[in-house]
Design a protein around this ligand. Structure first.
Ligand SMILES: NC(=O)C1=CN([C@@H]2O[C@H](COP(=O)(O)OP(=O)(O)OC[C@H]3O[C@@H](n4cnc5c(N)ncnc54)[C@H](OP(=O)(O)O)[C@@H]3O)[C@@H](O)[C@H]2O)C=CC1
Ligand SMILES: CC(=O)N[C@@H](CCC(=O)OP(=O)(O)O)C(=O)O
Length: 309
């Protein structure tokens, strides 16, 4: 039996990506609204409540509005926005993050898709905090660079239509980025990390890194212990892997155009300094790929259907 999926916000960056991914899937019936009705609350309420599963590809306020429109019904919702990532009653849509998370997503009505930056941070840090290798109150920093599609239609236009000629810029300089609560909560940290986001002149791709001074950590873990913990955490994950061996450089484009995320532990045994590094596509495992993975899991389908491995 076909599962009816309504994409709310189907002409935005994430919405177009998800619609393209789902086109041609025989196990799904995709519903979108025409341009003249896509912001009409009545038409959206009808489509939302008629669907088995709705995927919200909207700004936060419009996502909250969509949830209110569907509140009395039974439609299951995947929200790609940041509106519900630490909200009560919502399941965090990162199946590889912790044991049992896949099953929780499978049974949930409301699933919040992770942010692109938190996806990399949490993949690197959560298993280490859980294992006690990094204390929950450790003062972490997180440096990450995104492709400009991470800023949606407006930032794509800025970079592609001459609004900026920069190659690379840092931002979030008020140190209050909207992803901080999500990173703190789902990593099990007492405090959010110091987060240094940046955007570069490429459409899609993301590279995030967390530096760690191992000798100052309690128990002074070795590089191998950190790498082994991450490898064990993702041993059964098809989309998340730990690459081993020395590399001279890591490129932000490494996983662009795929739904994979690659983790690395690059370190110097002499100094005990390591850089935990993750690469992904901000629109892949960072958004649309994760949404399709959650949809597959919620609908009881092959979890990897339609994903780019
Ligand atoms: N881009 C990325 O890499 C990622 C994005 N996200 C999140 O996904 C969500 C969508 O982002 P993105 O696709 O980049 O943003 P875009 O700005 O590209 O698209 C948002 C879409 O929502 C539409 N919209 C706005 N208000 C309403 C409304 N009231 N009813 C119906 N449609 C509405 C917009 O319409 P209009 O076209 O008229 O402006 C637009 O088409 C955001 O919450 C974003 O933070 C999450 C992870 C990564
Ligand atoms: C480059 C850029 O601007 N990126 C966006 C985050 C993209 C993302 O993950 O958005 P959501 O949290 O809404 O899912 C930002 O920093 O706000």
């Amino acid at each position: 039996m076909s599962v009816t999926v309504f994409i709310d916000g189907a002409v935005g960056t994430t919405g177009i990506d998800i619609r393209d991914r789902l086109a041609g899937r025989a196990d799904l019936t995709i519903v979108t609204l025409d341009d003249d009705r896509r912001k009409d609350a009545g038409a959206r309420a009808e489509a939302l409540n008629d669907a088995d599963i709705a995927i919200l590809c909207l700004p936060d306020d419009a996502a909250r509005e969509a949830v209110a429109l569907a509140q009395g019904g039974t439609t299951r919702i995947i929200d790609a926005s940041s509106a519900h990532r630490v909200a009560d009653g919502w399941t965090y849509g990162f199946p590889e993050l912790a044991e049992g998370q896949h099953q929780r997503i499978a049974g949930a009505r409301f699933v919040s898709n992770p942010g692109c930056y938190p996806t990399a941070f949490l993949a690197l840090v959560a298993p280490l905090v859980r294992a006690g290798l990094v204390p929950a109150d450790w003062p972490l920093t997180y440096n990450a660079t995104s492709g400009y599609s991470g800023g949606g239609k407006a930032m794509i236009a800025e970079f592609e239509e001459g609004g900026t000629d920069t190659a690379f810029r840092i931002y979030g300089l008020g140190l209050a980025h909207k992803h901080l609560p999500e990173m703190r909560r789902h990593a099990g940290l007492a405090y959010p990390p110091i987060f240094a986001p940046a955007v570069a002149r490429l459409n899609r791709g993301m590279l995030g890194e967390v530096p760690l001074p191992l000798r100052q950590l309690p128990g002074a873990p070795t590089i191998a212990q950190i790498e082994d913990r991450l490898a064990a955490a993702y041993a059964d994950a098809a989309l998340v892997s730990v690459a081993t061996g020395d590399v001279a450089a890591v490129r932000i484009e490494e996983n662009a155009g795929t739904d994979r995320m690659t983790l690395r532990v690059c370190g110097n045994a002499g100094s005990g300094h390591v850089r935990l590094i993750a690469t992904l596509d901000n629109l892949g495992k960072g958004a649309g790929g994760a949404a399709v993975q959650n949809l597959n899991i919620m609908a009881g389908l092959d979890p990897l259907a339609g994903l780019v491995l």
